[in-house]
Design a protein around this ligand. Sequence first.
Ligand code: MG
Ligand code: MG
Length: 263
Amino acid sequence: MIHYKTREEIELIRESAQLVSRTLGVIAEIIGPGVSTLDLDKIAEEFIRDNGAIPGFLGLYDFPNSLCTSVNEQVVHGIPNDRPLESGDIVSVDCGVLKNGFYGDHAWTFEIGEVDPEIKKLLKVTKECLSLGIEQTRAGNRFGDIGFVIQEHAEKNGYGVVRELVGHGLGKKMHESPEVPNYGKRGKGGKIKNGLVIAIEPMINMGTKEVRQLNDGWTIITGDHKPSGHFEHNVAVIDGKPEVLSTFEYIEKALATREGIVA
Ligand code: MG
Ligand code: MG
């Protein structure tokens, strides 16, 4: 059953989503070659707690950390470790928080140092898939409309759309009904209504859509070990239209500032 949210509840989810956005902004200031994903995890956990929230992933289904950090061929659910990131890597940093009883959950795939242009294109297209999906999140549309535009854009570029993992409703629980697949048919699936809050999170593979899970019981990797991109936003339907509750603004500002320093 889908739990539609009141305006008040949506504002509380926005507050949680914005804290995730700010946490990812802090990550954007420090991520780079030589930094480990475990370093990022510690900084994120501290920042979340300092802001009166608790990490949303830590302990959820027994996940051991505050961030999911998925490097290169890892799609999602990667466990932070002490390997220093290297130039050419990409890493999806997925972060959740619980504040005032409501979750926020969003993600960005970072480029480490100099990244291959083909991989940069994968990330650009994955981010475009997210925007296209958000645009379809309107009252009267159906969930299949979201999946359709994401799948169409990814496949047009020759990429694989992961089937086993999907976006989801979000609220008092991190994962609520409905499932929000990144594939689908136009006009199919449940109707989108005001008060819906979902996490849209395309997971787009450079090669095959097939994935498998590592023996750690968590990490999902691509079947052909080619890289995968992942971007996620939290979106509410208000007055019939999509409203993005999270923001990439803090990340983009931090990255632009750093590039300015390098130049
Ligand atoms: Mg997430
Ligand atoms: Mg999610």
